[in-house]
Ligand binder design. Structure first.
Ligand SMILES: Nc1ncnc2c1ncn2[C@@H]1O[C@H](COP(=O)(O)OP(=O)(O)O)[C@@H](O)[C@H]1O
Ligand SMILES: [Mg+2]
Length: 298
């Protein structure tokens, strides 16, 4: 079978993860196909057909059984973002099984959209207020005390900051208002030297790492060190339910252990796994590719 890996042509993100996926596909005697979301041509007429042409090259038809969605790029324009989401969706409409499903990826990659579903599924998320109104954000800091403010579509800890003085918060929020940024304000929870990252594939937790932080952020990109961690029933259940609540086939679930119990910070629908692989010896790419092939056979 031909199995695509969807990512942008303009910038290569996380090449190690892409290489792991290509190797896993080849090891299973299938063929990896590079699908560049910014080089596609979506042809409508006889149904939905996808062609790929890099620059002036003659476009060739993309006919893959399945595809793994890795990255759509970084956006400054809403229409471009929308186009790329639906170009990936077009691959599904053309008949490919895309993992993660594009619409689930869309929800999961937005912290507000995903936290709403986690809470609805009864999962523990720290108290959070999301608004465009700077007075709401000010009240949020007054009522929650120390808070963490996050970009709705960020990752790797970039742009995540702490605030505790409501008046300083007011200045920050009024500046963000001028940039048309909504606010995601979450109660700061005191955790135990880092977070767990549980990797779930096909409804099963395949392993866990503990990311020992060297500050309060546990992102590897922010200097956290990944260590192997033991799964327990509760961590496993939370992670599996979180991935399921978002309609994902796989995901990396960030969970903090606190005095009040576990809290879920987020579910990463296209997590990078080089740190996890080094710490645990488990290669998520093999599980993801096997799960995709399994689903294609059904
Ligand atoms: N409510 C919170 N309380 C304490 N620390 C937090 C909170 N939310 C996030 N963090 C820390 O900040 C890091 C980045 O936040 P996260 O929500 O995972 O965003 P990102 O998508 O940037 O990784 C987390 O790994 C966690 O260690
Ligand atoms: Mg995170």
């Amino acid at each position: 079978m031909d199995i695509g890996i969807i990512r942008p042509y303009e910038v290569e993100f996380h090449p190690g993860d892409v290489a792991d996926l290509e190797n896993a596909i080849t090891e299973r005697n299938h063929r990896p196909v590079r699908i560049y979301v910014d080089m596609l041509e979506v042809r409508l007429g006889r149904g939905v057909e996808i062609y790929q042409g890099i620059g002036r090259n003659e476009p060739v038809k993309v006919e893959v059984s399945g595809a793994i969605l890795r990255h759509l790029g970084i956006f400054r324009d809403f229409e471009q973002f929308s186009y790329r989401v639906f170009a990936a969706r077009a691959l599904e409409l053309a008949g490919a099984l895309v993992m993660n499903p594009v619409m689930s990826w869309l929800v999961a990659s937005d912290k507000m959209a995903s936290a709403m579903l986690l809470v609805k599924a009864g999962l523990p998320v720290p108290p959070t207020i999301i608004s465009e109104n700077m007075f709401s954000a000010y009240r949020a800091v007054s009522s929650l005390g120390r808070v963490v403010v996050k970009p709705l579509r960020g990752s790797m800890g970039y742009g995540v900051f702490k605030l505790e003085d409501p008046d300083i918060a007011m200045h920050v929020f009024s500046m963000l208002t001028n940039l048309n940024k909504p606010f995601y304000v979450q109660r700061y929870v005191e955790k135990n030297e880092g977070d767990y990252r549980v990797v779930v594939v096909g409804g099963r937790a395949i392993g866990a790492e503990f990311r020992r932080a060297n500050g309060w952020k546990s992102n590897v990109a922010q200097g956290a060190r990944p260590e192997p961690a033991k799964l327990n029933g509760e961590l496993e259940e939370l992670a599996v339910k979180a991935v399921e609540a978002l309609g994902l086939e796989y995901g990396g679930v960030d969970i903090a252990e606190t005095k009040e119990g576990y809290y879920i910070f987020e579910v990463n629908p296209t997590m990078s796994w080089q740190g996890f692989k080094a710490a645990t010896g488990i290669n998520p790419a093999k599980y993801i590719v096997d799960h995709l092939i399994e689903k294609l056979k059904m």
